[in-house]
Write a protein that binds this ligand. Structure first.
Ligand code: FPP
Length: 247
């Protein structure tokens, strides 16, 4: 399969769904699915680095995932901690800059400390910008941005009349990255599930039945090829877009 190298997305955002079903199909406990999913994360990061994707944002744990059985939540926390411990040096060596987006204060202290340590280690790296959304929700992101704007207005630093979409976007997670060009959701569901609600406004959406632990290079390439075939109009007509190409 050939890669559409000329029309690669700069930023890919992924909902990694299907770990539980992958395990169930094999009569394994759910944690085995999450463990296999972690391996897919490693491979996808590697692939993005190789082909020159600039930014990758992964949804690892949503604000709503606390509703899962306590044992599964605890297991996911351990898994994140282990993955950070194991992968930190490899990420750094591959020039990856890792940041976690989301409300991290709810995580065990040990995990918070590790996150900070890996973020600091990789902060100056200039390769793939990897963002992992953990205890993240699109509504949470918007609310915390509104709160910051409201505080500025209250302090007299911002006139509400002058507020623009950009004023809000400046306070959102991912404010340092271009908006995602391509969104992928594995596992067959066709929902955004409170992921990057604001940032996905013009993103091309791609859904696949493949369960996250089975999502391999070939599946990723199919998504990239599908993306390359889309015409992105951003509100303009198709003819306008075609004309701009030839100018
Ligand atoms: C959704 O599958 C997956 C999660 C809630 C956890 C995602 C975590 C990983 C892929 C592992 C580690 C990630 C990092 C960044 C180290 P599900 O459990 O909802 O699957 P199901 O819909 O089949 O039950």
């Amino acid at each position: 399969m050939t890669l559409p190298l000329a029309n690669l997305p700069r930023h890919v955002a992924i909902i990694m769904d299907g770990n539980g079903r992958w395990a169930k199909k094999r009569l394994l406990p759910r944690y085995a699915g999450h463990t296999a999913g972690t391996e897919t994360v490693r491979k996808v990061v590697q692939f993005c680095t190789e082909i020159g994707i600039e930014c990758l944002t992964l949804f690892a744990f949503s604000s709503e995932n606390w509703r899962r059985p306590e044992r599964e939540v605890g297991m996911l926390m351990d898994l994140f901690l282990n993955a950070l411990q194991r992968e930190a040096n490899r990420l750094h060596k591959n020039n990856v800059q890792l940041r976690i987006i989301g409300e991290r204060s709810a995580f065990p202290q040990k995990l918070q400390d590790k996150i900070q340590q890996v973020e600091e280690l990789t902060a100056s790296n200039t390769g793939l910008k990897l963002r992992v959304a953990a205890n993240y929700g699109g509504r949470w992101d918007l609310v915390q941005a509104f709160q910051k704007l409201a505080l500025q207005a209250q302090a007299g630093l911002l006139n509400p009349q002058n507020m623009t979409a950009n004023s809000l976007a400046e306070h959102l997670a991912l404010n340092d990255l271009p908006e995602p060009d391509l969104f992928i959701r594995t596992g067959g569901e066709r929902r955004i599930s409170n992921f990057l609600l604001w940032q996905l406004a013009y993103t091309e959406l791609y859904f696949t039945e493949v369960l996250w632990p089975d999502f391999d290079r070939e599946n990723f390439q199919l998504a990239l090829q599908d993306f390359a075939s889309r015409q992105r109009r951003f509100g303009r007509t198709g003819d306008q877009v075609e004309q701009n190409k030839t100018c």
